[in-house]
Ligand binder design. Structure first.
Ligand code: 6R9
Length: 647
């Protein structure tokens, strides 16, 4: 029996929503969804109001998702301009550098001027409404400013995580045909330099990139001397010197694209998840307010990188739409030492801290000392996102970091959902460590068995959503068929999440993890297929199979089975080389943890790799391999077991 943590009285007292209010809101959202979402849409300022709330079909033959589609608005206006009158001098972005001596507070008025200037530079460089702009940025204010500048002029941004390789960057530039890349000379993380501009230069030489790319706008960050290509590369500070600091907001249809964000699926290359303006922004703002019980003046910190959806929705769009004080952190949890997160909390008097289980586990391993060295009295609420949080880490976060004073919101959602879907509300929900608890008002989850039958009550099955919500992704950029196939072909009229889930007798949801071939490494999604195709691109490799296995800190580690080409010697040097190879092809987060030499892979007679078996061996659970009767050559399994690496 897992421990129940009832709603904390202090949390209930201040919260906007208590349990009765939650239940009433949920009921209303089910009975009258259009009325519910119309009311929520009042959070945004519309240049022209919408007349139709929802036009959605989840029928695979005619799949379309449109919300508020004749409404006109601008996301940047909602995040910046509309706050000028009431809170122009309030901090919008609070930035904390990798170097603890560096920080900066940017007011809404300053943000307005910096965004407008960058928007004018983008226009001068030929960016127009409807274009795509790729951002490859460190965690500096200019990352958020660049996103908002794109939104201001109606260009869709595609943020590529600064830890990705030149090849990964190039693929994403080509896929969405970006005209412009915004980057910095270098990034800084944990005292180490990240050669962003050099990576962009390398990406430029990849096939197809210069067919689309016209310019690279470079932010001066570390002041490293980087080569600048005439006519292509431009320093932001030089271009900004002679532009105006006002720039009108482009009127955008609610369904005009706001951004593309690439995420991993179970097959093929990463897909460009497309989010549009009205529904996404409304959903980010709504969820940011209710889940974090955000109230004026609260100091809110989401530790994610803007390269992930969490950074988009909960550093930039949700908080700024709500006029919040949002913190942006350039650094890492263990630099200069393991107290850093909590030192930052004390320094800026942070009230709400939203981070990932992998960070919590890494800090937990260092013991209570580094936490206890700090005060943390300002903290009121803690959040978790990215993967299931194990109850031990949950209890540590709750008791050691929060000293039992702060509720934890364990928020389940996805790049595709735009915002949080299943989560406690701090003033309403009794907490169970490890459970994301209940759906937010407006969200209708269900559990299905493999045949698509709906499971009622206490059950375990596949998690689907049964009705649209405004933050839902609209398509896979440039590949609508893939959108249909990935999410709507498994079950008729249901959005399939790819996650397994259990619902307990109280109606609480417990996410059990991906049921497809998607890995979750430290909260970062990666397709096994991506890592495999990187490996087989190496000349020594004949075949590769990749599975996840339980990893203490990262949640999942990457376990690789490699079959070498005939005549190639399996050596430690080759192992190291393959690790480096994958890092270079995809990025450091894709580095294999364990590489096992596999003379053969277990295959069915039709040639399908039986990943189930490989997973069991990687988990060191080889005693129970289940049905192996369809194996073409059962002997390969004995060899793999005998030489397994995770013992
Ligand atoms: C926001 C984000 C989505 C996948 C998702 C699930 C896992 C995220 C979770 C969680 C259990 C949570 N996931 N939050 N699992 N509890 N609170 O992480 O988006 O990068 O697209 O990943 O992450 O498996 O399907 P994204």
């Amino acid at each position: 029996m897992k421990k129940l943590h009832p709603v904390l009285p202090a949390a209930r007292e201040r919260a906007l929503i208590d349990n009765d209010a939650y239940l009433a809101m949920y009921q209303q959202s089910v009975e009258d969804p259009e009325g519910f979402w119309t009311e929520q849409a009042g959070r945004l300022d519309w240049f022209k109001p919408f007349s139709r709330v929802k036009d959605v079909s989840w029928d695979a033959d005619d799949l379309h998702v449109r919300w508020f589609d004749d409404g006109v608005l601008n996301a940047c206006y909602n995040c910046v301009d509309r706050h000028l009158e009431t809170r122009g001098d309030q901090t919008a972005i609070l930035w904390e550098g990798d170097d603890p001596a560096r920080d900066e507070a940017i007011t809404y008025r300053q943000l307005h001027s910096r965004v407008s200037r960058m928007a004018n530079v983008l226009k001068e460089l030929g960016v127009v409404k409807g274009d795509r702009v790729t951002l490859y940025m460190p965690m500096i204010p200019e990352a958020a400013i660049a996103m908002l500048a794109c939104a201001r002029i109606g260009a869709a941004h595609s943020v590529v995580f600064g830890g990705f390789s030149p090849d990964a960057l190039a693929g994403r530039i080509v896929d969405c045909e970006s005209k412009l890349v915004i980057t910095a000379d270098e990034g800084l993380r944990g005292g180490r330099k990240v050669p962003l501009k050099a990576n962009v230069d390398a990406a430029k030489s990849r096939p197809g990139v210069m067919d689309h790319l016209e310019s690279v706008l470079v932010v001066r960050n570390t002041d490293a001397g980087v080569p600048m290509q005439d006519g292509v590369d431009h320093w932001l500070h030089e271009r900004e010197a002679d532009v105006a600091d006002d720039c009108p907001c482009e009127p955008m249809g609610a369904e005009d694209p706001l951004f593309i964000l690439y995420t991993s699926g179970s097959t093929g290359k990463p897909k460009g998840v497309l989010h549009t303006t009205g529904g996404y922004l409304l959903y980010a703002a709504y969820t940011h307010e209710i889940v974090f019980d955000y109230q004026d003046g609260d100091i809110y910190w989401c530790t994610a990188d803007v390269g992930w959806i969490t950074g988009h929705s909960y550093i930039v769009y949700g908080p700024l739409a709500n006029g919040a004080i949002t913190m942006m952190f350039e650094g890492v949890p263990n630099y200069p030492d393991y107290s850093r997160f909590w030192q930052v909390v004390d320094k800026h008097q942070v009230n709400i801290c939203y981070t990932a289980p992998t960070a919590i586990r890494a800090l937990m391993r260092e013991g209570e000392g580094p936490v206890k060295a700090t005060s943390r009295q300002s903290l009121r609420l803690l959040g978790s996102v990215g993967e299931p949080i194990n109850p031990e880490a949950w209890e540590w976060y709750y008791n050691v970091v929060g000293e039992g004073r702060c509720p934890i919101v364990d928020t389940w959602w996805q790049t595709e959902t735009g915002g949080i879907m299943i989560s406690p509300l701090p003033g309403a929900t009794d907490l169970k460590p490890g459970s994301a608890t209940r759906p937010l008002p407006g969200i209708k989850p269900a559990l299905l068995d493999a045949d698509g039958n709906t499971l009622e009550g206490e059950a375990e099955g596949l998690l689907v959503i049964t009705d649209s919500w405004p933050g839902q992704m609209r398509t896979v950029y440039g590949d609508h068929a893939r959108f249909v196939k990935t999410y709507f072909s498994a079950f008729r009229n249901r959005y399939f999440t790819g996650d397994g889930c259990r619902r307990d007798k109280d109606g609480y949801y417990w996410i059990t993890g991906r049921v497809d071939d998607v890995l979750n490494i430290s909260g970062h999604r990666m397709g096994t297929a991506e890592v495999e195709s990187a490996l087989v691109a190496h000349k020594a490799v004949a075949e590769a199979a990749v599975v996840g296995y339980p990893h203490d800190i990262k949640g999942q580690g990457i376990y690789v089975y490699v079959t070498l080409n005939a005549g190639i010697e399996p050596t430690e040097e080759l192992r190291a080389e393959l690790r480096q190879w994958v890092r270079k092809e995809i990025g450091p987060i894709a580095t294999p943890d364990l590489i096992q030499w596999a003379p053969g892979l277990p295959k069915t007679r039709s040639g399908k790799i039986m990943r189930r078996i490989l997973r069991k061996i990687a988990e060191n659970e080889y005693g129970n391999l289940g049905d192996t009767s369809t194996l073409a050559d059962p002997d390969v399994v004995d060899d793999l077991i005998a030489n397994r690496l995770n013992r």
